[in-house]
Design a protein around this ligand. Structure first.
Ligand SMILES: *Cc1c(COP(=O)(O)O)cnc(C)c1O
Length: 393
């Protein structure tokens, strides 16, 4: 069912877009590498169609990719989107599509670790000058922009430590110089922050996290703000051969249908857990932008409409590895694992080594990154309190 009015609210877009008009509510999974045609005319026309709805060869899109890309694009207020087999693939394809040897790129210092590794190893190898900038740079990004600067890459909040960037100021400064902006918007999802409305050109998501929401699919999506940017990225992704599988796309659209309800509960559970443990003597402080004393709180309140289940505990200085192993090995409901955004609670030691080159994070002790899942928060609190008690032997 397509909406009849212009300005639909997000939750209605989520419930009503990307569906057949009538008949069974959900579109089936189209497992199709090959598409056949009834006439030469039909075949010729299919190749010339709108690349947002092409269905003439499996790699170039199918009804499942169209539906998911369409809904994501609507939510972000974009022109069109491309999907990729992982969040990282959506990021690297987006960067790759616009860069040439001799270009310069500005990347936020708090960027997702594997994105940083791609910049350092591969963009550098291909002759792109990579420079990291302070997440607090704001409008001063203008001073770092050179004649060769092609892209300013943002991620807000930053990975593991959640620094909030002044996205509107950075996007405006970049646009004034004709520099493209891209943001990793995974943390906020399209519900809690709208980068394209703030002047960013491409908003990228690891749908693997909250959009899929059930820890069973790796998927990435990049939403473009204009036809020009979309066409460049779409045709590059065709040449690169990047595409996502129909089963994964179906599950991502299914996850998206319940995103609001899940996010609300993740935030509520994270808040309950944080509130219950924040004064524990083993904790130095808790990093979570929704906390009033978090350094990013004011900007988060200005630009974001919600938070999620992800937070980091900075332990007291001097907490050693053996104590942390004692804590983590005994956790009952916070499973040890990378990733976040699924229904389950997770805990992992967060290392910043090699991931900050502009400004060292000022945490006194080791960091633990936690994801509050959808379990009953009373059980999560008991588990975490017992774990923190184990730090003291
Ligand atoms: C997980 C993650 C990615 C990468 O997503 P994958 O699907 O695992 O490749 C990118 N950015 C952020 C912020 C992430 O948390």
């Amino acid at each position: 069912m397509e909406q009849k009015t212009q300005e639909l609210h997000d939750d209605t877009i989520i419930a009503h877009s990307g569906r057949p008009e009538t008949g069974p509510v959900n579109r089936p999974v189209y497992r199709a590498a090959t598409v056949t045609f009834g006439s030469v005319k039909e075949m010729d026309e299919s190749a010339r169609g709108d690349t947002r709805t092409l269905f003439h060869y499996g790699r170039r899109g199918n009804p499942n990719s169209h539906d998911f890309e369409h809904v994501m694009s609507k939510l972000e207020g974009g022109y069109g989107a491309i999907t990729a087999p992982s969040g990282l693939a959506a990021i690297t394809a987006s960067l790759f599509a616009f860069l040439t040897a001799g270009d310069h790129i500005l990347v936020v210092d708090t960027v997702y670790g594997p994105t940083r590794e791609f910049c350092d190893k591969d963009l550098a190898r291909l002759g792109v000058a990579v420079e990291y900038y302070d997440p607090a740079v704001g409008a001063d990004i203008a001073r770092l922009i050179r004649a060769e600067t092609k892209i300013v890459y943002l991620e807000s909040p930053g990975s593991k430590t959640y620094e909030i960037q002044d996205v509107p100021a950075i996007a405006a400064a970049a646009r004034a110089r004709g520099v493209l902006t891209m943001i990793d918007n995974t943390w906020a999802t399209p519900l809690y922050f709208k980068p394209l409305a703030h002047g960013v050109d491409i908003s990228i998501h690891a749908a693997t996290k909250y959009i899929v929401g059930h820890a069973d699919v790796s998927l990435g999506v990049a939403v473009c703000g204009s036809k020009e940017v979309y066409d460049t990225l779409r045709h590059f992704s065709f040449r690169l051969g990047v595409c996502a599988g129909p089963d994964d796309l179906y599950l991502a659209l299914r996850g998206l249908r319940t995103l609001r309800a899940r996010l609300r509960q993740h935030q509520e559970n994270a808040m309950a857990v944080i509130d219950a443990v924040k004064d524990h003597p083993a904790i130095d402080r808790i990093l979570y932008p929704a906390l009033p004393d978090d350094p990013g709180h004011a900007l988060w309140r200005r630009d974001f409409t919600g938070a999620n289940g992800l937070f980091t505990i900075a332990l007291k200085a001097g907490t050693d590895g053996a104590a942390i192993a004692r804590m983590l090995d005994g956790m009952e409901y916070f499973a040890m694992g990378y990733s976040w955004g699924g229904y389950e609670s997770l805990i992992v030691r967060a290392w910043l080594d090699g991931e900050r080159s502009v400004r060292r994070h000022d945490a006194a002790g080791p960091l633990l990154r936690l994801h509050a899942g959808l379990e009953d928060p009373r059980d999560l609190i008991a588990d975490l309190r017992a774990g923190l008690d184990r730090l003291r032997g």
